[in-house]
Design a protein around this ligand. Structure first.
Ligand code: PLP
Length: 442
């Protein structure tokens, strides 16, 4: 094989690209060839400031030598071994380190390869746990409108994105959705979380009343919804969900695939908002995006009940060939070491004020109708063109890429989530580029 750096993009037709307008992209591709620190390097030789940590993944920035070395060592040492009725050291060590940074009481880790699998795993654990404790009628699952929980059948069923659901048949039965929490009319340009409003969380009581608690297994929400455009929970909302779930014996799952690993200023959103769910799903930042890996962090009470019900046999009939893959675990361990050494799990809290001011400086730019922010996340929503929703933000995205910044868009919402190593001067550069691109709109 040639040196990797010598391989340029060949004919592109064979790769069916995910969540991509393939024909449009292949007619005018944007190719990232290498990356270091805060920057990608495009195939046409330009430096692109990473405003999205790849896809909410690379919290420690790109090209981290420590991760590369750990992965390389592990492949030579033990490339693969099963974790079904067998074991090897690293996933145990990684689990021990993950429970150290998780909220108190989260003593157990189930590994997956992605966020989607982590979500489906958490939903299955919820159903199995309810059954194990003699509550097998609790089979309903509750998600939320505009929630994104990956693309497995479980995830799209509890997820609330019509486009991700409508093509794929009847999905899981027995799913309800809470209303989403975006209210631009009331909260436009709020800094941080909108003012306390418990009415949307209280909608859960209506669902419980309709179905009876004895039929409901779990509620799953993203503490801050990322993929559908950075949607904040009002103050008090998550706490109220927790109270209602506890009152009715319903498990609460936080999908922290994007909020995990320091994005909001604490290791997990659960700690940041001081609301403790029963399970946390995570992925992405777990290995800094370098090797696919996801996980479900599980409270002791769930694990203990499952162990008791298992009576020494297999307690959970679930797992992936690559659950706890040794190479992914090596990447995870090296990543956590970087996070610890560089205080990255709390660095977003130090930068949040600066980031907030920079984000809100976009108020008044062409077509900007809302700016939302928390930690090192920002959402900038544009007025849509009546006949072409999404067109404005897409054009801003392309212009930013041409001028040297990677942003992410969903519909007419721009989402920013840079690596947590970003410096103030790079925050300035990112928002200057974005402001120029916004002002260049028609
Ligand atoms: N859950 C949330 C909240 C996500 O943001 C994502 C991906 O963006 C997923 C689940 C799915 O993760 P993956 O793409 O690794 O399957």
């Amino acid at each position: 094989m040639k040196p990797i750096s010598d391989i340029n993009t060949p004919d592109m037709s064979a790769f069916w690209m995910p969540f991509t307008a393939n024909q449009q992209f292949k007619a005018a591709p944007r190719i990232l060839k290498s990356a270091q620190g805060m920057y990608y390097h495009s195939e046409d030789g330009r430096k692109i400031l990473d405003g999205t940590a790849g896809l909410w993944c690379c919290n420690a920035g790109h090209g981290r030598r420590e991760i590369a070395e750990a992965v390389s060592q592990q492949i030579s040492h033990l490339d693969f071994a099963p974790t079904f009725q067998m074991g090897h050291p690293l996933p145990f060590e990684l689990a021990n380190q993950l429970v150290e940074i998780a909220p108190k009481g989260f003593g157990h880790v189930f590994y997956t390869n992605s966020g989607s699998e982590a979500v489906d795993t958490a939903l299955k654990i919820a159903l199995a746990w309810q059954r194990a404790r003699g509550q097998g009628t609790r089979t309903r699952l509750i998600g939320r409108e505009r929630g994104y929980h990956g693309v497995g059948f479980g995830g799209i069923s509890v997820g609330g994105i019509p486009g991700n659901r409508k093509w794929f048949g009847s999905l899981l039965g027995g799913v309800d959705h809470l209303p989403h929490t975006l209210n631009i009319a009331k909260n436009a340009f709020t800094k941080g979380l909108p003012a306390e409003d418990l009415t949307l969380a209280d909608e859960l009581e209506k669902i419980v009343f309709l179905h009876d608690a004895s039929n409901i297994a779990a509620v799953i929400v993203e503490p801050i919804a990322g993929s559908t455009g950075v949607i904040m929970p009002p103050q008090g909302y998550l706490k109220r969900l927790r109270e209602i779930c506890t009152k009715h014996g319903i498990l609460l799952i936080f999908d922290e695939v994007i909020t995990g690993f320091g994005r909001l200023g604490s290791p997990f959103a659960a700690q940041e908002f001081d609301v403790i769910p029963d399970m946390i799903t995570c992925a992405k930042g777990l290995t800094n995006g370098a090797i696919p890996m996801g996980a479900v962090l599980v409270q002791d009470h769930i694990y203990d009940d499952m162990m008791a019900a298992g009576k020494g046999a297999i307690e959970l009939f679930h797992g992936y060939t690559y659950s706890g893959h040794p190479v992914a675990a090596a990447a995870g361990l090296a990543t956590l070491e970087i996070y610890r050494n560089e205080n990255l799990l709390t660095r977003a809290a130090d930068l949040a004020g600066y980031w907030e001011e920079a984000a809100h400086s976009l108020k008044g730019c062409k077509h900007v109708k809302d700016v939302r922010n928390y930690g090192l996340v920002a959402g900038i929503e544009l007025e849509s063109l009546p006949d072409a929703p999404g067109k404005r933000a897409y054009e801003v995205f392309v212009r930013c890429f041409e001028k040297g910044a990677l942003i992410r868009v969903t519909g007419d919402i721009i989402a920013l989530s840079p690596p947590l190593i970003i410096e103030r001067s790079e925050i300035d550069d990112l928002f200057t580029l974005l402001q120029d691109a916004l002002q260049a709109q028609d």
